[in-house]
Design a protein around this ligand. Structure first.
Ligand code: CP
Length: 352
């Protein structure tokens, strides 16, 4: 039965968090970073498959451009007018597909969307190589999501237009990690300074399995670029081998200080940033780990700690936290639109 007297029907929309995280914070970030488009020029017409392709300077300048798009939408011209995005999602998505499409629309372009592989020749055994060859003639850029980690590489073989990896199985999700970094820099702009004061360095907890979570894998790669701004990244997992082969060594060689813990509530009071995710991959299928660790109002969080989550969430992140200042996960999802706009306009070299 519909509740015609639901309190939300008569309440004004609470915009306080939105005003702070969606305007004040990006405005401060914009003031903090000196504009230099040079690092972005090398992204022109390039595919984006892995977080390993990016430098710290590129991330910082992408964040600056994203902050400009977020705070000054009136300055956005329509630089992608006449350009076509092929949005190919062979695995379900809410945020990645819709935020890429929103970003492309906001930049003035048109979109062709595939949301069901069964509606394409793939269902009849056509190869991704051949699909890629066709897409060269139909669009100007492809965003691909597939639960097979090799799919993006198969399509890359025949593509002569840029492709962006929108999540490939357990492997990577580089643009989600860009949204994570954008949220972190908006929250604490000093993290992108050339030298970060020791007292400004942060303690990050990641509740998840880096070896089996694509969002965490890409995020850790980006965090290693900011290693001097981070005291420690604590992985909270009860798995015996949370890292994939060589992953931990590579991150440590890049300067990231890593530790693994199992007791969430013991570790929480020392964490400035708590990143939680519960979707872990097993081959090309996934499992939800949401019953193992959980954040709710009784969690012993630092008063000013922020929570990030790539979403979709399950039991691991309780809705009662949504109306608290710990909630940066919605700002993180919102910021993904602007970070993707920054990336798209850099790849197509159409800064607005
Ligand atoms: N964060 C993320 O990848 O969400 P979707 O699966 O909804 O795209």
């Amino acid at each position: 039965m519909v509740d015609k007297f639901h309190p939300k029907l008569n309440a004004p929309v609470d915009k306080q968090l939105m005003d702070t995280q969606g305007f004040e914070c990006p405005r401060q970030l914009l003031e903090h970073i000196k504009e230099d488009l040079t690092p972005l020029l090398s992204l022109a017409q390039r595919p984006v498959v892995s977080a390993n392709q990016f430098s710290r300077e590129q991330l910082v300048q992408l964040a600056r451009l994203a902050a400009r798009y977020e705070t000054q939408p009136q300055l956005i011209t329509r630089p992608l007018t006449g350009k076509i995005l092929v949005s190919a999602f062979y695995e379900p998505s809410t945020r990645t597909r819709l935020s890429f499409e929103s970003a492309w629309h906001r930049l003035g372009g048109d979109i062709m969307s595939i949301t069901d592989p069964a509606s394409t020749g793939i269902a009849k055994g056509e190869s991704l190589y051949d699909v890629g060859e066709m897409l060269n003639h139909y669009g100007d850029l492809v965003v691909l999501r597939d639960n097979d980690a090799s799919a993006v590489y198969q399509m890359l073989e025949s593509l002569r237009i840029p492709i962006i990896n929108g999540g490939n199985g357990a492997d990577e999700h580089p643009t989600q990690a860009m949204a994570d970094i954008y949220a972190l820099l908006k929250w604490r702009p000093s993290l992108c300074s050339a030298e970060v004061d020791p007292e400004q360095r942060i303690q990050i907890g990641i509740i998840g399995v880096p070896g089996r979570m694509r969002t965490v894998r890409s995020l850790l790669t980006f965090l290693s670029l900011f290693a001097d701004a981070i005291n420690e990244v604590l992985i909270i997992s009860d798995e015996e081998q949370p890292f994939s082969e060589g992953q931990r060594e590579t991150l440590e060689q890049a300067g990231l200080k890593l530790r693994v813990g199992t007791d969430l509530n013991k570790e929480l009071p020392a964490l400035d940033v708590v990143y939680i995710n519960a979707i872990a991959w097993l081959g090309d299928n996934y499992e939800e780990l949401g019953s193992r660790y959980r954040l709710d109002l009784s969690s012993p969080l630092k008063p000013d700690a922020i929570i990030l989550h790539p979403l979709a969430r399950g039991q691991e992140l309780q809705r009662e936290l949504d109306d608290t200042p710990h909630n940066w996960y919605f700002a993180q999802a919102r910021g993904a639109v602007f970070m993707r706009m920054a990336l798209l306009s850099s790849i197509l070299k159409m800064f607005t």
